[in-house]
Design a protein around this ligand. Sequence first.
Ligand code: 16C
Length: 256
Amino acid sequence: SVHTRDQVELPPPAIDNRLTVHPLWPEIDRISTEQIQAAFEGVGGEIGWQLFAEEGDMRMYRRYVETDSQSGEMEVDGMVTDPLKAMHKVRGVTAREMCHYFFNPRYRYEWETTLETMTIVEEIASDSLVFHQTFKRIWPASQRDALFWSHVRQSSENTYAVTNHSTTNADYPANNGACIRLFVTVCLACHTTYPAGEQPTRDNITTSIAYCSTVNPGGWAPAGVLRAVYKREYPKFLKRFTNYVVEQCRDKPIAI
Ligand code: 16C
């Protein structure tokens, strides 16, 4: 089917049947369910999470685990793997619209600034894709790539989420060229509210966003450089992405 940029498929309200017969379905369903549940668990004021960025309604926390007696920061085999959790509130766009722009590859280069290349490896269903991505190199570390499935679903009323999780594919072997394969688990979970008894409009809707990310660099990278990069890049990503969606939706009919 042919679509223009303004008449694209939004995330479906029910799981696509083609996904449920795919070999990855049990894993996609289990990890998505776990990630969505964890995304909506609060962090504010709770021990184990440390606020590292705050701007307007946006708050970013990293998990703080006593694995290193000096810093308390989280390292696996000497690699920084600090889990990240961000909360944000955006007015004028719906959870479904947020997830549409995050999931759909046609928009990715417009908001994702860390990307070098993106390839669709497999189209599992309308709600599930497998991607290979290469990222900009962080000096002095080697360039990284990632291979992950991406799944969008409605999880409850006015609630949509995208989960991305690393996978393998024989046609895209890890660590066989210039890149080191990194491992990622990401969840963008969004919930829209509007005043009881009113119809949703661009003027009365608010979408709460929870973005969770755990990235294992997959091989050596200097911890100091890595932490400096993520402290700069995660806030930049969330601000840029949410502003992008607001701009895209401004003159379009609302998709709840
Ligand atoms: O979730 C995001 N994007 C999705 C669609 O692309 C998808 C991507 C996940 C990959 C996240 C890992 C990104 C690693 C980038 C490394 C290169 C950064 C270059 C910086 C510019 C000079 O779920 C939004 C992702 C926002 C990413 C923020 C950057 C996080 C850096 C974390 C450190 C990674 C270790 C790299 C080892 C050298």
